[in-house]
Design a protein around this ligand. Structure first.
Ligand SMILES: Nc1ncnc2c1ncn2[C@@H]1O[C@H](COP(=O)(O)OP(=O)(O)OP(=O)(O)O)[C@@H](O)[C@H]1O
Length: 277
């Protein structure tokens, strides 16, 4: 029985419909607050953040610089602790890192002394998965990221985009309940970035991972997501939850359509108003 069902009897009736929605949540963030103590006084990075990510959703977090996007992702990843509030994945309170969450960062985080294959199998080896199953999963993900020929290469032999493809495969190979991505494509050149967005969308359409994706690139957020949370400037809180009602099968030509441009403009305006206020 899930966390929300257990609490049913103590919720007032008015919240019943909210609870019904949350029962399907993979990630549930409530009243999250983050204060960084500093010599010059406390820095309130985040205030009353509430987000709700359903199973198989691709959710992006956008907002002005310094609004707390990375802090929020780090807290969901268990790499940082909240000052108050709650983060629940399925029915478990998050108090630290765990294999239930895969992470991909902007900076390249592959183990440089391991081949591509060993990087992808790393988590599987830790779990002592039988070798034949490891091979099966490795082959599946090498194919998905189109790097079958690079299985025995080392990270130093790969381009930035290839390294991020391996990082995504390494995270997904562990079948995480949620994939957390912090600006994973922002260091790449524009063409590689567009290729990676297309690949990421294809992976999502085929594999349906639950994803929380932090980016400052609104076009990227609209292209990839099923839902976008726009945060306010610091202290960051949720300003808007924007559903992305665009076709399910997407390719890069979608970016030139009126409906895409209109939605990108809407999200941009939400952030611009924030930056000017
Ligand atoms: N260790 C820290 N000590 C003090 N303040 C911090 C610390 N880490 C982050 N902050 C502050 O908290 C706020 C949120 O930072 P965070 O990096 O999460 O924002 P962001 O939205 O990801 O920014 P950007 O879009 O520029 O990457 C910022 O104002 C930052 O200066």
């Amino acid at each position: 029985m899930g966390f929300f069902k257990k609490k049913k009897n103590i919720l007032p009736p008015a919240e019943d419909h909210i609870e019904a929605n949350l029962a399907n949540s993979t990630v549930y963030v409530r009243d999250l607050q983050k204060i960084y103590p500093s010599a010059k006084g406390d820095v309130q990075a985040m205030k009353d953040v509430n987000i709700n990510v359903m199973e198989n959703e691709f959710v992006s977090i956008v907002g002005p610089s310094g609004c707390g996007k990375s802090t929020l992702l780090r807290m969901i990843g268990g790499l940082d602790t909240a000052t108050s509030g709650k983060i629940v994945i399925q029915d478990r309170d998050i108090i630290g890192p765990g294999a239930d969450r895969g992470m991909v960062f902007q900076s390249y985080t592959l183990f440089p002394w391991m081949t591509v294959g060993d990087n992808i199998k790393f988590g599987l080896k830790l779990r002592k998965m039988p070798a034949d199953q490891q091979e099966e999963i490795l082959n599946k993900y090498l194919k998905i990221i189109k790097l079958e020929k690079f299985r025995d290469s080392y990270p130093r032999e790969l381009s930035g985009g290839m390294k991020q493809r391996v990082a995504i495969a390494r995270a997904l190979a562990n079948s995480p309940e949620v994939l957390l991505m912090d600006e994973p494509f922002s260091a790449l050149d524009p063409q590689t970035k567009a290729d990676m967005q297309l690949l990421m969308r294809q992976i999502w359409q085929e594999e349906k991972p639950t994803v929380i994706f932090v980016t400052h690139d609104i076009e990227e957020a609209v292209f990839l997501s099923s839902k976008i949370y726009v945060l306010t400037q610091r202290p960051g809180t949720v300003k808007a939850e924007v559903p992305v009602l665009l076709p399910y099968d997407r390719d890069l030509s979608l970016k030139d359509t009126d409906e895409f441009i209109e939605l990108r403009r809407k999200v941009n305006q939400l952030i611009e108003h924030e930056s000017l206020s």
